[in-house]
Write a protein that binds this ligand. Structure first.
Ligand SMILES: C[S@@+](CC[C@H](N)C(=O)[O-])C[C@H]1O[C@@H](n2cnc3c(N)ncnc32)[C@H](O)[C@@H]1O
Length: 354
């Protein structure tokens, strides 16, 4: 790469990290939301008043946002000028269910930043770092990153590629959502298929508490049951489910083969298991493209540490390649596994045949 190119790359990364941290404040303090609600723009004092924040800080934040181009500025003096969201900023920073929403990245950066000293220790000892240690921002990040795809694509684009699964869901299937996190996949399944019943499981208590709240707010709590469960030991279900879904979690499990084996037991005869996991490159390539760089870094900072929790962990990490998924399915006793014809820049979909 060479000294100059690497230095440029790191400087750009530094700018991006600082901007992401400012974005975190903008979301957390309601700055973006407030600017979006007041179309004519606001001065720093007005935005501070609307959000219950300190004017001097708000002024500095707005000035930095204008320099970054995330807000527009009307006036020559940053202290008295009027600020408004730049074109497209509402889609990316405010509309939490829109396909372009990326606010979750700021929460993820905050969660990772908070555990970096713990990660350095873990890298020395080899111990795992439980998801709960990443704090509330981790749950918020995970939910925010995937919810737009579930709202916009799960029932409208992805599932129609597996018509037999759609038929089951439309016919009132009993469904499990393993590793459900804050529950948005379960909720969108329940919203799209009015006769479906979903059991969502996750071993993170904060995620399950959030999932229950989310389901109640979305009016589907009567058809979804969220439970805290370590899926390594299974859910105790035998032949209960028509479909078991794994949304972006198999690569996280410390003992993925056991979890998949339990899922195989939990489906009814003729039932099916659908896995959505990362669309890592088919083979290791270095240097990699931006998606691969993102997945590699996330693995080192987020997924692998969480997967190294507990006895004799054997996590895959975020770079889930198709061959790794096929090997897990075979080790778990599935008769076959196939890649489904669902296109997505970040996710690959598999059907595991019991
Ligand atoms: C990357 S998140 C995906 C969450 C959710 N499916 C989504 O799409 O937002 C992985 C989830 O797997 C859960 N998880 C990891 N290990 C687990 C285990 N042994 N048992 C149950 N859940 C586990 C984590 O708590 C986390 O919520």
């Amino acid at each position: 790469m060479g000294t100059e190119e690497l230095a440029d790359r790191l400087f750009t990364a530094g700018v991006a990290t600082i901007e992401l941290s400012c974005v975190y404040l903008g979301i957390r303090l309601g700055y973006y939301h407030t600017l979006a609600c007041t179309g004519g723009g606001l001065t720093a004092d007005e935005l501070a008043k609307h959000t219950g924040t300190a004017p001097r800080y708000t002024h500095e934040w707005l000035q930095s946002q204008a320099i970054s181009g995330f807000v527009t500025i009307d006036g020559d003096d940053p202290a008295t000028a009027r600020y408004a969201l730049a074109d497209g900023a509402s889609d990316v920073l405010v509309e939490v269910t829109g396909p372009a929403y990326l606010g979750g990245l700021a929460h993820a950066a905050a969660a990772i930043g908070g555990v970096l000293p713990d990660l350095a220790d873990a890298y020395r000892t080899g111990d795992g770092l439980p998801y709960a240690r990443y704090g509330a921002d981790a749950v918020t990040a995970q939910a925010a990153l995937n919810r737009p795809a579930y709202v916009n694509s799960l029932a409208a684009e992805w599932l129609p590629q597996v018509p037999d699964v759609v038929d089951r869901l439309a016919g009132g299937a009993r469904v499990a959502d393993y590793g459900c996190g804050a529950g948005w996949s379960s909720i969108e399944l329940a919203r799209a298929y009015p006769d479906v019943r979903v059991d969502g499981f996750d071993n993170d208590e904060a995620s399950i508490a959030t999932a229950r709240r989310n389901a109640a707010e979305q009016g589907v709590a009567d058809r979804i049951d969220f439970e805290v469960a370590d899926l390594t030991g299974g859910t105790g279900a035998v032949g209960r489910y028509d479909v078991v879904f794994f949304f972006e979690c198999v690569h996280d499990f410390p003992r993925p083969v056991e979890v998949l084996r339990n899922a195989r037991t939990a489906v009814r005869p003729g039932g099916t298991v659908i896995v959505m996991d990362e669309r890592a490159a088919e083979t290791f390539t270095a240097p990699g493209d931006p998606v691969e760089r993102f997945l590699g870094g996330v693995s080192a900072l987020w997924c692998l540490p969480q997967g190294l929790v507990g006895a004799d962990p054997q996590p895959v990490g975020t770079l889930m390649r198709p061959a790794a998924m096929a090997a897990l399915a075979a080790d778990a006793g599935f008769a076959a596994s196939e890649i489904l014809p669902i296109e997505h820049p970040f996710f690959r979909f598999y059907r595991l045949v019991p």
